[in-house]
Design a protein around this ligand. Structure first.
Ligand code: S3P
Length: 432
């Protein structure tokens, strides 16, 4: 599906932040691991998170979807059933990396996980390694790709130093730790999103964080209670970028998660000169079962280039393509480094972002672990391919609004992976 996004007049209005993908995946998985029904409001109705609902149903959970809310009746922590089968994770990397943590600790069960062409190119050795150390059996195609089979076993506890700052690997090990013989811990090279830790606290699990070390104790059962999920800062980021780039814009985004580990992009935008008002969680807040929420006021601002280093990367990982776009409009150079993880996202986002933006007239170079953009104060426009990557499709749309000649996005349908209402929301702000 090709869509054209013309240069836009100022954006105005108020938007409820779109539902959060990371929180929705975790809410469905943890609800499936409890035995009392869990009512969830704010669950994301999109391709990725529908894959997670289908997966938990395939494992025996019951899902009752009503407008505005869904109720999940889980199987209990140690009762994933039926004890064999194929699970289709679709395009969802988070589902593919988190679910095996639970399955690995279900002796007597064996499940094969597979997904679309993009998922088959994304590595799972990163979770296989710690799970095997815990005693799990995981056999993957070529040792590191889907389809792969997890056979449940009794698990022993480990302390695992993560080789990369990844919330998915961290979460996988912590979930497996619930079923292990003793305290299981991970050590993060840099902080990454902490939704799993917060939700586990809500489930009554003993979770401790001591500097970079996070530990969980094994559990007999989980009790979650009802959940309201706040909106997604990564999806809202597209509107934030549009409002910052399009002259005269001023928008308000309501009910957005303000978790410090999720709003690194907003700190980068502020540093570059975008005007933001809203209460974000401060650095160093104690680990809490709550997700802080904010209302964010965003206005256009003249931008200057910036440098994003490795420590900031996990806190803005999915928004780094937008940093490249902002860099095109900034004065001076914008550099992102220490972001080699971008190469194993839905596409190789260093290659696809650099090629895509260059095709629109940007002066941008790829590096091994990021990119460097020379700001020219604007962007010509042209055609960009999404390559089936939702964030690339939405990047193209925002680029179009801020460009001189407009942008055609080839493969706009990919946005439905995380944000089916994206075009309608953008239009409501005046951006079409
Ligand atoms: C996610 C973690 C990040 C992010 C992904 C969602 C999560 O991946 O890119 O979109 O929900 O845990 P990594 O953990 O691989 O960095």
């Amino acid at each position: 599906m090709r869509r054209r996004f013309d240069p836009s007049g100022r954006l105005r209005g108020t938007l409820a932040a779109p539902a959060d993908k990371s929180l929705s995946h975790r809410a469905a998985l943890l609800a499936a691991m409890t035995s009392d029904p869990v009512r969830v409001t704010g669950y994301l109705d999109a391709a990725d998170t529908n894959s997670t609902l289908a997966a938990v149903q395939a494992l025996g959970a019951l899902v009752d979807r009503r407008p505005g809310a869904l109720t999940i009746r889980g199987t209990g922590l140690r009762a994933a059933a039926p004890a064999a089968g194929v699970i289709d994770v679709g395009n969802a990397g988070t589902l593919m990396r988190l679910l095996p943590g639970w399955l690995a600790g279900q002796p007597g069960g064996s499940w094969t996980l597979d997904g679309d062409d993009s998922i088959r190119r994304r590595p799972v050795d990163r979770i296989a390694e710690p799970l095997r150390r815990m005693g799990a059996h995981l056999v993957a195609r070529e040792g590191r790709f889907a389809p792969f089979t997890v056979t449940g076993s009794p698990l022993r506890s480990i302390e695992y130093a993560l080789p990369v700052a990844s919330a998915q690997i961290k979460s996988c090990v912590l979930l497996a730790g619930l079923l292990a013989s003793g305290e299981t811990s991970v050590i993060e090279p840099e902080p990454s999103r902490d939704h799993t830790e917060r939700l586990l606290l809500r489930c009554g699990v003993t979770v401790t964080r001591d500097g970079p070390r996070i530990a969980v104790c094994p559990q007999d059962e989980l009790e979650l209670g009802d959940l309201h999920l706040p909106g997604d800062p990564s999806s809202a980021a597209f509107h934030v970028a549009a409002a910052v780039l399009v002259r005269g814009s001023r928008i308000v985004i309501e009910d957005m998660a303000a978790n410090w580990t999720r709003v690194g992009f907003l700190r980068i935008v502020e540093r570059m000169g975008g005007v933001l008002l809203g209460e974000l969680e401060p650095h160093g807040a104690p680990l809490s079962p709550e997700e802080p929420v904010t209302e964010l006021d965003v206005a256009h601002g003249g931008l200057v280039g910036t440098t994003v280093d490795a420590a900031e990367v996990p806190l803005a990982i999915d928004e780094l393509p937008l940093v490249a776009l902002l860099g095109c409009f900034a004065e001076g150079e914008t550099v992102v480094r220490g972001a080699q993880e971008l190469r194993v996202k839905e596409t190789d986002r260093i290659a696809t972002v650099v090629d895509g933006l260059r095709g629109l007239g940007a002066e941008i170079e790829a590096t091994e672990d990021g990119f460097a953009v020379q700001g020219t104060g604007g962007l010509r426009g042209g055609t960009i391919a999404s390559h089936g990557d939702h964030r690339l499709a939405m990047l193209g749309a925002v680029a179009g609004l801020a460009s001189r000649e407009g942008v055609v996005v080839d493969g706009m349908e990919a946005a439905a992976v995380s944000y089916p209402g994206f075009e309608a929301d953008l239009a409501a702000l005046g951006g079409r």
